[in-house]
Write a protein that binds this ligand. Structure first.
Ligand code: FE2
Ligand code: FE2
Length: 170
């Protein structure tokens, strides 16, 4: 059996990314405000991926509002802790925000269809795990180091049997 994805517009985009995106304790980075934002990201992007003609505009606005708050929180923590190399991280946020705001603006005047909206959800779901793993985890570790003088201790209820403590940044 073979599967052909004739409509893969972007090379490397995981078509199943939105279906795979599920919040779990394995995604915790150890800094509460960032972890809360990430849990909400998963929630609003999942909702966007399942939107219909009636809910699409509301879901798009929810994603845009979420990203403004989420990226704003991370920026505040970068400034507060004098995070080095903010530019690369903030550039990535800006690109993502730009594409969401563009689709949202076009959707409001009926210039994009459901297919494009769902495609945006797939792109966001595909982008997020990499961004969180490489950039947000480094930021989270930096904040913990600044505040507590050590790497974060993360409680991951999902992993292994019972409660286990592990530090993700040793
Ligand atoms: Fe983030
Ligand atoms: Fe980030």
């Amino acid at each position: 059996m073979s599967h052909h994805h004739a409509h893969a517009h972007q090379v490397g985009l995981d078509e199943k990314a939105a279906e795979k995106l599920e919040w779990s304790d394995a995604m915790l980075l150890g800094h509460g405000p960032i972890d809360d934002a990430h849990e909400e990201f998963v929630c609003v992007v999942k909702a966007l991926s399942k939107c219909d003609a009636v809910t699409a505009l509301g879901c798009l606005q929810a994603v845009e509002d979420h990203l403004l708050a989420h990226f704003g929180t991370e920026r505040e923590w970068m400034e507060r802790t004098e995070y080095p190399n903010m530019d690369c991280h903030l550039d990535e946020h800006q690109k993502v925000l730009d594409s969401v705001q563009q689709v949202n603006a076009l959707a409001k005047i009926g210039q994009v269809g459901l297919r494009d909206v769902r495609r945006l959800a797939v792109a966001l779901a595909d982008w997020f795990p990499k961004h969180a793993t490489y950039l947000d985890s480094a930021l989270s570790a930096w904040i913990s180091k600044r505040r507590y003088g050590g790497a974060p201790v993360i409680l991951r209820r999902d992993l292994g049997n019972g409660v286990q403590q592990e530090s993700a940044f040793t």
